[in-house]
Design a protein around this ligand. Structure first.
Ligand code: CA2
Length: 155
């Protein structure tokens, strides 16, 4: 089996889900769709296998835990896919953790944050990530993972 992460041939990706995304599929299905977080994680693992990436997923409602997990990714992972959820609009701590990563990072959002309330239009991560995919529901994550795989394949 090919070794994964950093030195291995297989790339290793951390998917980070922010607060309340553990409630997906149970409430606000008109905005966020009917897929649960486990459904999304399964889709990402299976797409990862197709793309030659090992996918680890992490969800937390706590800003400090999200920062700590991102710090850990620096030595272990080859890229990060992140939906910081509400912390997108407020968290300098998550922005700083992303800046310190030194890895390709793609930001995703299920909804089109630009079509929603004004406070959601601004992302504190937008200028420190490689790119964003917003507004396509679960496809935002799968499109984001494809883009991340391409970034990680660059010499
Ligand atoms: O569209 C996205 O992916 C968001 O990151 C989702 C966040 C929101 O604060 C961002 O502005 C945009 C909210 C995630 C909360 O998800 C829930 C799911 C079900 C029930 C309640 C909340």
């Amino acid at each position: 089996m090919p070794e994964s992460g950093k030195r291995g041939a297989k790339k290793s990706v951390l998917v980070v889900h922010g607060p309340n995304l553990n409630l997906l599929g149970q409430r606000e299905t008109d905005v966020y769709g009917t897929d649960t977080l486990s459904d999304i994680d399964r889709q990402l693992s299976s797409l990862g296998a197709e793309l030659g990436c090992e996918v680890e997923t992490f969800q937390s409602n706590s800003e400090g835990d999200l920062v700590s997990r991102l710090q850990g990714a620096r030595e272990e992972k080859d890229g990060v896919l992140i939906n910081p959820a509400a912390y997108t609009h407020t968290s300098v701590a998550i922005r700083d953790a992303v800046l310190a990563l030194g890895l390709p990072v793609v930001e995703v959002h299920l909804s089109n944050i630009h079509k929603r309330e004004e406070f959601r239009h601004r992302s504190l991560l937008s200028d420190v990530v490689d790119g964003q995919v917003v507004g396509f529901g679960v496809d935002s994550y799968t499109l984001g993972l494809r883009a991340l795989a391409n970034l990680m394949a660059r010499p």
